[in-house]
Design a protein around this ligand. Structure first.
Ligand code: NDP
Length: 394
């Protein structure tokens, strides 16, 4: 029986993973080792009972008594806190879903890789923050990272059986997010509610706002660079409002392989769960005659400054990814809290990068976890200062 763990089980990707595991037979088919959540202990306990997990861990230590109550008599162990989540990654599991949101996903993912596990990686922030370290750890311990982000799963599938040396370009598709068709001058006043109205995908709150600002796509450009080891100039972004092509790979003979499917994360999660095989999945099938047309347009970098910033980050390399991600997380917190405007988020990130880089550039890409955590910490402080300065001007 295959053993699995889900980090970030109570989130949007976690729920989709739970759905697929449950449909495939739940505890009859899989042995569930660890399930983790942040604060939603009621849902975490429900999932742990349904899958008969070995251990359930919540990140927020103040939620531990509630988790203990909810799992009383179930035989499921309980624990709380960041260290307990990281320890849960040491428990043997064949397949580990990394679906915590933000840089908090880095340490548990790294710990799972050190044990040679197969890591289904939804947590793009860890690749952006520590790509070289994650990839080197996976290589050193014979672990495998399977992409779960729909774009990277699409690229991975388009590359099956291909030689990466024959790849000319990788084209990431983007819906353009909730504010895609707004006039440029209105963007500064966009509210959280307006930025959350994603046209095609149902996702967690943070990634939905990041889709509207294209910080999500900027993270994905860096993720592509780290995961597939292609040059930055080989990575393109195109707006594709229908979100039916999840990404494309162009080869040196001029052929382009596109991956299509319904916008449903259960496809890429299911692909990673069943890889290297394909299994039947409960996702909608496309009716091409009904779809009839697909449209594309180039992104405007004035509207989406994040797409320009990610190019700077790739040319700086070293710890720039950690600074970029951490300052983006702070900028997003501040926007969600109503402290700064929608377009100010890019300002916070740009200011933080300018203050901390190139002082933090490494001579090589050999970075330690301590280097990364220090860069992440400093970037959060500097980004907080930049956000406060911007908020004072509003
Ligand atoms: P959600 O916000 O829906 O869920 C996040 C999960 O992480 C929840 O289980 C949450 O717990 C937990 N969590 C939050 N903060 C912490 C913390 N500090 N420590 C430990 N756990 C924490 O996010 P998504 O599912 O949308 O996204 C998860 C990851 O997958 C992100 O990296 C995202 O970029 C990526 N991704 C998501 C896609 C999507 O369709 N949603 C698509 C592609 C990638 P709780 O809710 O209990 O507080």
């Amino acid at each position: 029986m295959r053993s699995i763990s889900i980090f970030g089980a109570t989130g949007s990707v976690g729920e989709s993973t739970f759905d697929l595991i449950s449909r495939a037979g739940g505890p009859q088919t899989f042995r569930t080792v660890a399930l983790t959540g942040g604060r939603n202990v009621a849902r975490l306990a429900e999932m742990a009972r349904a899958l008969r997990a070995e251990v359930a861990v919540c990140a927020d230590e103040s939620c531990l008594p509630a988790l203990r109550d909810a799992l009383a008599g179930s035989g499921v162990e309980v624990a709380a806190g960041d260290a307990a989540i990281a320890d849960a990654a040491d428990r043997p599991a064949d397949w580990v879903m990394s679906a915590i949101v933000g840089a908090a996903g880095l340490v548990p993912g790294l710990r799972a890789l050190r044990h040679g596990r197969t890591l289904a990686l939804a947590n793009k922030e860890s690749l952006v923050t520590a790509g070289p370290l994650l990839m080197a750890t996976a290589a050193a311990h014979g672990a495998r990272i399977l992409p779960v982000d729909s774009e990277h799963s699409a690229i991975f599938q388009a590359l099956a059986g291909e030689d990466i040396a024959a790849v000319e370009r990788i084209i990431l598709t983007a819906s353009g997010g909730a504010l895609r068709d707004w006039p440029m001058e209105a963007l500064a006043n966009a509210t959280v509610k307006e930025a959350l109205a994603h046209p095609n995908w149902a996702m967690g709150q943070r990634i939905t706002i990041d889709s509207a600002s294209m910080f999500n796509k900027a993270l994905e450009v860096i993720e592509t660079r780290e995961y597939f080891d292609v040059r930055p100039d080989q990575i393109e972004v195109i707006i594709h409002p229908e979100s039916l092509i999840h990404s494309l790979v162009g080869f040196q003979d001029g052929a382009i392989m596109a991956h299509m499917g319904a916008p449903d994360m259960r496809h890429s999660i299911g692909y990673a769960l069943n890889w290297p095989e394909r299994a039947a999945l409960p996702v909608a099938r496309l009716d091409l005659a009904q779809i009839a047309t697909l449209s594309f347009r180039a992104p405007d970098l004035n509207r989406y400054p994040a797409l320009r910033l990610c190019r700077d980050v790739m040319s700086m390399r070293g710890l720039a990814g950690a600074v970029f991600n951490a300052s983006k997380e702070i900028a997003l917190d501040q926007f969600l809290a109503g402290q700064i405007g929608f377009m100010d988020m890019a300002g916070v990130v740009e200011t933080t990068l300018a203050r901390l880089m190139p002082e933090m550039c490494l001579e090589t890409d050999v970075m330690t976890l301590e280097d990364i955590l220090r860069a992440d910490h400093l970037a959060r402080i500097r980004a907080g200062e930049a956000a406060t300065a911007l908020a004072a001007r509003r």
